[in-house]
Design a protein around this ligand. Sequence first.
Ligand SMILES: Nc1nc2c(c(=O)[nH]1)N[C@H]1C(S)=C(S)[C@@H](COP(=O)(O)OP(=O)(O)OC[C@H]3O[C@@H](n4cnc5c(=O)[nH]c(N)nc54)[C@H](O)[C@@H]3O)O[C@H]1N2
Ligand SMILES: Nc1nc2c(c(=O)[nH]1)N[C@H]1C(S)=C(S)[C@@H](COP(=O)(O)OP(=O)(O)OC[C@H]3O[C@@H](n4cnc5c(=O)[nH]c(N)nc54)[C@H](O)[C@@H]3O)O[C@H]1N2
Ligand code: SF4
Ligand SMILES: [Mo]
Length: 693
Amino acid sequence: METVMETQCPFCSVQCKMQVIEKKESGLKTYKVLPKQNAASEGRLCIKGMNAYQHALSGERITTPLIKKDGVFMPATWEEAYALIATEFSRIQSEFGRDAIGVYGGGSLTNETSYLLGKFARVALQTKYIDYNGRFCMSAAATAGNKAFGIDRGLTNPLPEVRQSDCLILAGTNIAECQPTLMPYFTDAKKNGAYIIVIDPRNTLTAELADLHLKVKPGMDAALANGLLKVIIDGGYADELFLEKRTNGFEEVKAHIDTLDLAKLASITGVPAEDIQEAGKRFGKAASGMILTARGVEQQTDGYMAVRNFINILLVTGKIGKVGSGYGAVTGQANGQGGREHGQKADQLPGYRSIENLEDRAYIAGVWGVEPDDLPGKGVSAYEMMEKVHEREICTLFLMGSNPIVSNPNANFVEEGLRKLDFLVVADMLMSETAQMADVILPTSSYLENEGTLTNLEGRVLLREAARPVPGFVKQDWEVLSGVAELLEKGSYFSYSSAEHIFEELRVASRGGLADYYGITYDRLRKEEGVYWPCPSIDHPGEKRLFETSFAHSDGKAALIPVDNHFPKEQTSEEFSLYLTTGRVLGHYLTGVQTRKSPTLEARQFESFIEIHPKTARKLNIRDETLVKVKSRRGEIVVRSKLTASIREDTVFVPMHWSGIQNINKLTNEELDPTCKMPGFKVCAVSVTPLLT
Ligand SMILES: Nc1nc2c(c(=O)[nH]1)N[C@H]1C(S)=C(S)[C@@H](COP(=O)(O)OP(=O)(O)OC[C@H]3O[C@@H](n4cnc5c(=O)[nH]c(N)nc54)[C@H](O)[C@@H]3O)O[C@H]1N2
Ligand SMILES: Nc1nc2c(c(=O)[nH]1)N[C@H]1C(S)=C(S)[C@@H](COP(=O)(O)OP(=O)(O)OC[C@H]3O[C@@H](n4cnc5c(=O)[nH]c(N)nc54)[C@H](O)[C@@H]3O)O[C@H]1N2
Ligand code: SF4
Ligand SMILES: [Mo]
């Protein structure tokens, strides 16, 4: 017997559509996965998508609520789990106040769940403390988009326009491993004559595509963008008419750039001046151009300003709001885009509304049927919540869709904090490292069982229908939130019958907001295979290309801002003589909870590694494929060496997908970007020594 499951990959922001085909023969089940035509991946699927059925169907799924008794998880009924949660939550809030409970979400959750999690925090718990893992992912680019353009939608142009672009700058983005099904857009652009510039301390598979690779020193992108701006402005490539009509702030940027010296910029960024010249000229001269940034530029303590400086380049050259010209923050998680729009951020209400704006509060209070004054105020960012946990200002956490003891910077500190909690509730489908620390685990559905909408990296809202029934006693995330709310005597605000029912409320809540979904319905999504936001009315087609005639600020203009050369605070020293940068590999996803449960993916790569230049390795007496100790001021780990000349000599790279003794976040720095609160995951100082000498 054959069962065909129509679904969508749960991993990255491309959201490739696929079929998982289950065949039952004499009691034996086999699986086949076929890619499906869809606008973003054009029918392609990568190795993670091909194997994503393995963790969802694995015997390791949690299928019943678990309550920890004397350190051991015991199966429980939902009634028992809900009752325990309601008792503890009520006790803690009456003893320590409403804000003693924190809520922590994730960018894999559907729009419906993200929306409901925000409502759950503000209405059921009335706590101000809610934030999510997207803080570590999209916060720098989101803040930059909002401040420069007045709106934050990852890609300002639809993907096919990449093929029509004459010059592409890919800064700190490794598309070949992180959004592999998008690669043909870039290889086609190259065939069409585009000039491709890659900015990365490593010669990645993406950099292989480049006509020019700027092998920047980690953390020095803002200065490098200043160099490009200098070449562009001094070379006369500025688009005076565009600057005059469509932007504010160019004079200040020009005055700042005039004070900078290209040779100095070359020396601090580690990129030869001729290469900066060539890159600036190429981009300046091109008839059209796009700049894409991802976490390499953004996960820095100046991530927000570094992105602003790349946006400055687009604005100075007038390359935005046109075919083949625009900006792209390459979004990370499955719903990294939608997840940042509907209220799981500390300062946000649905539709990208602000929790500090009186009109926005009144509007959402109206939709929710509560008094505006009953809505709590702004909380703090994800890592700052962990600091509050340490200080015991937050003594209980409700966690849905994240694995913070592996993904937060300074992970030893975070783990220590979580151990101090009075009560930890984790809603997950698998036993993550953080779930192991919980008092109660609530088993939730995987993508195969979960209906809802996700907004892909283009800002296109997609419907993912449920493809199979939930296993065991598993519930949907939204059912869990409704269930807990019910016992907290707030059930009347959470009486939904389906994900679509929640979406209908989300549409109204987002109406008139920056991320306006009002015109989008499940019916439309089925018929049109996705709709771009903003989409203010049912007859609106959805906006594919943004900023053609105006930006989203009240005067219609985009904002330029001078950006200082930033130096990461933690520099190398005699003891910690190398820069550590971190990131991803093709076959694993984030903290690896899901991909490490896939035998196929796990077999490809079952342990972490450190990329180190052969010359550096020789100096440190490190041979290839041997275990080494990597140490920073905060912790140490053990990984296997991988000697490669593709990385800068002063830099090492370790992926983020492993935990325990290989958890790279035991080493990373807790310092945050002052504006968007993004941690500086992409640079800290470390020492590397052979484990055995
Ligand atoms: N295979 C796979 N794909 C994924 C994910 C995954 O875990 N695995 N995760 C998804 C998610 S949530 C995200 S956020 C995206 C991330 O997608 P990316 O941001 O593309 O991935 P990273 O590997 O974190 O970083 C990109 C590149 O930045 C470079 N880099 C490091 N430091 C610097 C620097 O100072 N400056 C510059 N210019 N570059 C630097 C790294 O060498 C790396 O090649 O991927 C998504 N897709
Ligand atoms: N050093 C370093 N650290 C980093 C980064 C880096 O580049 N370097 N990148 C950062 C980035 S960009 C990101 S996005 C974060 C990610 O960090 P995390 O969010 O902690 O990573 P995940 O592995 O996605 O954890 C998600 C958990 O949610 C569960 N889950 C998945 N889908 C669902 C669902 O629908 N419902 C529920 N209830 N649970 C679900 C999974 O089983 C898993 O346990 O890590 C950040 N940390
Ligand atoms: S991981 Fe991303 S590119 Fe790969 S199949 Fe899934 S959605 Fe597509
Ligand atoms: Mo991410």
